[in-house]
Design a protein around this ligand. Structure first.
Ligand SMILES: C[S@@+](CC[C@H](N)C(=O)[O-])C[C@H]1O[C@@H](n2cnc3c(N)ncnc32)[C@H](O)[C@@H]1O
Ligand SMILES: *[C@@H]1O[C@H](CO)[C@@H](O)[C@H](O)[C@H]1NC(C)=O
Ligand SMILES: *[C@@H]1O[C@H](CO)[C@@H](O)[C@H](O)[C@H]1NC(C)=O
Length: 220
């Protein structure tokens, strides 16, 4: 090839250009595919949930479920699991005497699976699974709540819980603690660790700190 021929140089440039475009197209294709897999298989039902709030499904271990239930001992009545997955916490809560028990979940496959598990366990009338975005459910009448979500959303959850929950509520968080709150109790170690928070105590704590701050003696 004659390097000085402007026509050929142009053609080569165009070739390269198209080569570049091709790579771009392949890249766009793969990320589109990755997105399709994410949206269609891994996170179906989450189309309206902002990406930063999407928490993937990871089932609680048996030990983790036991630990959650230990921190709810002595309580009864209604219980709610935020992001109920395959429904294992909901069923365990029912077996421990909570009734009714509600699980909120957006993934339609997990909802089907949890309804199947409830039917097989013979308590389809006592537990329910609702296809609702947990960020949009009003929690004002919930006094027993469990969550197992990702650390990236837990500070937002703290705000939501403080705004909506009554003082009598106990919140149990599995695997990850709520980042700014002082737990009332914990059980377990490592991946199975579970934290309990009593909303009245959390509010009291915040008031004490605020007062101390205003008086110039901050509590560390
Ligand atoms: C880490 S898994 C825990 C599942 C179950 N609670 C357990 O402990 O086995 C979190 C679950 O929350 C669900 N989830 C995440 N964001 C949600 C939202 N905004 N509304 C409802 N469910 C949500 C996910 O689909 C997933 O099943
Ligand atoms: C949650 O637990 C408390 C304490 O046992 C109980 O009084 C209450 O009925 C339960 N459920 C609700 C919705 O408050
Ligand atoms: C909840 O507890 C806080 C802190 O003790 C208290 O200031 C507040 O008045 C309580 N709210 C209700 C409705 O009792």
């Amino acid at each position: 090839m004659d390097q000085d021929d402007p026509g050929e140089a142009m053609a080569e440039l165009q070739d390269r250009h198209f080569g570049g475009l091709g790579i771009l197209q392949v890249a766009a294709g793969t990320s589109l595919l990755a997105y399709a897999v994410w949206a269609g298989l891994l996170m179906p039902g989450f189309r309206k949930v902002p990406l930063r709030l999407q928490v993937p499904y990871v089932p609680a271990s048996r030990k983790q479920v036991d630990n959650v239930m230990r921190l709810l001992q002595g309580r009864s009545g209604k219980m709610v699991d935020l992001g109920s997955g395959d429904g294992r916490i909901v069923l365990a809560a029912y077996r421990q005497g909570f009734c009714p028990v509600v699980g909120y979940e957006l993934n339609p496959w997990l909802l089907q699976l949890s309804r199947f598990h409830a039917w097989r366990a013979g308590c389809a009338q006592k537990v329910s699974y609702q296809k609702k975005d947990l960020w949009k459910v009003n929690l004002a009448d919930c006094k027993n709540i469990t969550v197992f979500l990702a650390p990236s959303v837990l500070h937002l959850l703290e705000n939501k819980l403080l705004e909506e929950l009554p003082n009598e509520t106990r919140v149990i968080s599995g695997r990850f603690p709520l980042p700014n709150w002082e737990p009332t109790a914990t059980v377990g170690e490592g991946l199975d660790k579970v934290w309990a928070y009593d909303i009245g105590d959390i509010r009291q704590n915040m008031e004490t700190r605020a007062t101390a701050f205003l008086q110039g003696t901050p509590v560390i």
